[in-house]
Design a protein around this ligand. Structure first.
Ligand code: GP9
Ligand code: MN
Length: 406
């Protein structure tokens, strides 16, 4: 009931981080292009595989003055995979512990990023060349107040333009630009890529680097599909510039979740040249995150510890939209009060100095167990935060905030 909501609200308010005045509104009124990079983990960025650069375009972007590259950013998804990452981006709340919240709670009231952008004059869209009912998106997007879903029917998949799960990323981006030109501005769009998806199959003509040579076909092919995805983003940036939309847009890109599971630890250990420990497994959940603001000029590489929960407040503040009243679990990464603390859906967590996994607290620097109790206060907070997020979803508590608004 309403009293549960005020309990959660107290927690959320106590963790609210004031926006940084230097960043608040720097992208006010601009189109917002968010790109969900399928299965992209951070370990490939600025790295090589047998002498081959894996992500040349994304590497270049890390040095671009209009770009913030976050190299200490974690996905926070659970079993809902891509759909969980969408849920987190939209709501700054956790997905469900078992199953996908896109299926279980599509009838809830939310105060989504899309709804909020809509209230601020944006035309809000999602672009994804898959069937509209996959992950129950068609239903959930109504609850999230997405104005328009450009699904597979908005695309023409020509001969040779599909592989693996569906449309290849390069033609997908090319056709998306044409659709974008028709959107009323300012618009927001979440673009969801697909080619770099397990089992990472690719047509020979799209292989720009050779496969890796481990015992895991999955990891071997992963480098090639990542390389292809990198190329597709380069094509997208070029086409966006040609379309005239570039200067009036900001682009936020992030990996949706891991691509290489622990089943491939042996191969991963060969590639990284070390044995993969539970500590490494946590750190392998880092996914790249980029905020690209054309003309900004003061971007940098930052190792601020952050995660997907922080995207919603960060994006809204860049657009000059306040979030003080919002029930969100993350906080603006540019805020001086942003706290370096990332909680995973399964209760593991990362702080500036520690990683908690399999009920053990580790010191990140020494890689040794730390039994001084340093993780305990964080452990308590992680449990509280996950519980509160679950309370909001299970009790459909945001319907009470809507009533306040009316
Ligand atoms: C499907 C795509 C992949 O439309 O988003 O979903 P995933 O399997 O990564 O959750
Ligand atoms: Mn995915």
């Amino acid at each position: 009931d309403g009293s549960e909501l005020s309990e959660v609200a107290n927690y959320v308010n106590a963790n609210y981080a004031e926006p940084n005045p230097d960043m608040f509104g720097v992208a006010e009124g601009k189109n917002v292009i968010m790109i969900s990079l399928e299965s992209l983990q951070n370990f490939v960025i600025n790295n090589e595989m047998n002498g081959h650069v894996i992500t040349p375009f994304l590497n270049e972007l890390t040095k671009d003055p209009d770009t913030f590259y976050f190299n200490n950013f974690y996905h926070q998804t659970g079993l809902g995979k891509t759909s969980d990452s969408e849920f987190i981006l939209e709501n700054s709340l956790y997905g469900r512990n078992g199953g996908a919240v896109f299926f279980t709670n599509s009838g809830n009231t939310y105060n989504s990023l899309s709804e909020k952008l809509g209230e601020n004059g944006y035309y809000t869209t999602v672009m994804h060349a898959n069937n509209r009912s996959f992950w129950n998106r068609d239903i959930m997007y109504q609850a999230l107040k997405v104005d328009k879903f450009y699904d597979v029917d908005s695309y023409e998949i020509g001969e040779g333009q599909a592989v693996n799960w569906g449309m290849k990323d390069i033609p997908y981006f090319e056709q998306s630009i044409e659709l974008m030109k028709e959107m009323p501005q300012p618009f927001s769009t979440r673009m969801i890529t697909l080619t770099n998806h397990h089992p990472f199959d690719l047509d020979e003509e799209d292989m720009m680097i050779p496969a890796y040579n481990s015992n895991s076909k999955t990891l071997n092919q992963y480098f090639q599909t990542v390389r292809y995805m990198d190329e597709s983003i380069k094509v997208f940036f070029e086409d966006l510039k040609k379309s005239g939309l570039y200067d009036n847009s900001i682009i936020i890109m992030y990996g949706d979740h891991y691509g290489i599971s622990e089943n491939h630890n042996k191969a991963m250990g060969m590639y990284l040249d070390k044995e993969i420990t539970p500590l490494d497994t946590v750190e392998l959940q880092k996914v790249p995150m980029y905020i690209h603001i054309p003309g900004y000029g003061k971007g940098k590489v930052t190792d601020e510890l952050t995660g997907q929960m922080d995207l919603r407040p960060t994006i809204l503040h860049l657009l000059g939209i306040d979030t003080k009243e919002d029930m969100q679990m993350g906080s603006d990464v540019f805020s001086p009060d942003h706290e370096p603390f990332v909680i995973f859906r399964d209760g593991r967590f990362v702080t500036k100095d520690h990683i908690y996994t399999q009920e053990v607290c580790y010191d990140i620097k020494t890689r040794e167990m730390d039994d001084s109790g340093a993780c305990e206060p964080y452990n308590e907070r992680a449990t509280t935060e996950l519980d509160y997020s679950d309370m909001i979803i299970n009790g459909d508590l945001l319907r009470f905030t809507e009533e306040d608004k009316e």
